[in-house]
Design a protein around this ligand. Structure first.
Ligand code: PMP
Length: 367
């Protein structure tokens, strides 16, 4: 059937140690890698069989939680480090520094562990204990600073990371928001993968905008290779400034652009290339979180809030599409990092996202 995505990752060819370089084996059981870094990318596409069953377009999700560090940010982390090595800004024995509460820190920790760099991650104090524990488990040093302070405050996450990168000998700041290697990772890997996996049949690409690296880089490749035919849709929280909002808070993590009230001028990241997008579509927290709950129950896909938000937008977009359309939605990470919020019925109800009572069908059978 023409809509079925081809698996490109499992037919990897690999050299056999101790044999001529040109002797290679097909590995139909799945790829075999000589380094965890070779396991970054080549994520699967999965069809939404039930959640999108009412639509005539085919909707596929690209499952980035399959990356070694558990998110799409492994791609950017690897490309930023490789490029810094190539241009000499990161030298052997050096220290990778980044200000992030999230997946980029984990990606850099994975890459640093494998390549022998020290990793220092600056996080705001609201960061969950689990996230800090994951970073420390990979051997990264975690520096906790107060959150919610303006950008010019020396305690600010980014300001602290900039200072540490300068003061630590051999320090290098990854700077995902303004590092061209971040969108480049997606132009060089995510975009080509999606094009190959869909056999060039993709018509719409949907992704959230955090640093903008994913939607910009992937979008650029898909636009170029399709002669502009693929429609690129950015996904943004209703109150985020990317889509013209006032920057007031939202619940879904890792996407959208917020401006501290003390900051004079709004500066968007250089990783974000708005000219690549055909449209920015906004979502409500409620729609995103309830879509995430449905994805777990209807599709067996436990995904993060930004992924759920992207699906909620893609389902709305796909309503206007026909049977020739193939929609690909990028899902950045797993829901495991958000179990105590997004997937906790009490939290959902307490935050006003869920009205119904908790269903306990088994309890009714007990005496
Ligand atoms: N969702 C999650 C969970 C993320 O970690 C990120 C990256 N910060 C994004 C979405 C946004 O991706 P990008 O920075 O490439 O726009």
């Amino acid at each position: 059937h023409h809509r079925k995505a081809r698996t490109v990752s499992t037919l990897e060819r690999l050299p056999i140690p101790g044999t001529a370089d040109d002797l290679r084996l097909e590995t139909p059981g799945g790829p075999v890698h000589e380094s965890v870094l070779d396991a970054v990318g080549s994520s699967p596409l999965v069809r939404l069989r039930r959640t999108a069953a009412h639509l005539s377009a085919a909707v596929y999700v690209k499952l980035e939680q399959n990356n070694p560090g558990g998110s799409v940010k492994d791609r950017a982390a690897l490309w930023m480090v490789r490029r810094a090595e190539a241009d000499g800004s990161l030298r052997p024995g050096g220290t990778i520094v980044e200000g992030t509460s999230g997946n980029t820190g984990v990606g850099l920790a994975v890459v640093g562990a494998q390549l022998g760099y020290s990793v220092v991650v600056v996080v705001p104090d609201k960061t969950s204990r689990e996230k800090i524990a994951v970073l420390r488990a990979y051997g990264a040093e975690v520096v906790v600073v107060p959150g919610g302070v303006p950008r010019h405050d020396p305690r600010h996450v980014h300001a602290t990371a900039v200072r540490l990168a300068e003061e630590i000998p051999g320090g290098w700041l990854a700077n995902q928001y303004d590092n061209p290697a971040n969108p480049a990772a997606h132009r060089e890997t995510t975009g080509p993968e999606i094009w190959a996996q869909t056999g060039g049949r993709i018509t719409t690409f949907v992704a959230g905008i955090g640093t903008g690296g994913t939607v910009s880089g992937t979008g650029e490749h898909l636009k170029a290779v399709s002669g502009g035919r693929v429609r690129v849709v950015g996904v943004d929280p209703q109150s985020s400034t990317y889509s013209g909002g006032d920057g007031s808070p939202w619940a879904v993590e890792s996407i959208g652009h917020y401006l501290h009230p003390d900051t004079v001028e709004d500066v968007w990241p250089e990783s974000y290339h708005p000219e690549v997008l055909d449209e920015i579509v906004t979502f409500s927290d409620r729609d995103a979180l309830l879509t995430g709950r449905r994805l777990a129950r209807e599709e067996g896909l436990l995904v993060g809030g930004s992924a759920a938000a992207a699906v909620s937008v893609a389902l709305r977009e796909a309503e206007g599409l026909g049977p020739q359309d193939v929609v690909v939605v990028l899902l950045p990470d797993s829901g495991r990092s958000y179990l105590s919020k997004n997937f906790d019925d009490d939290w959902l109800r307490g935050s006003g996202f869920l009205e119904e009572g908790v269903e306990h069908p088994v309890r009714a059978l007990l005496p």
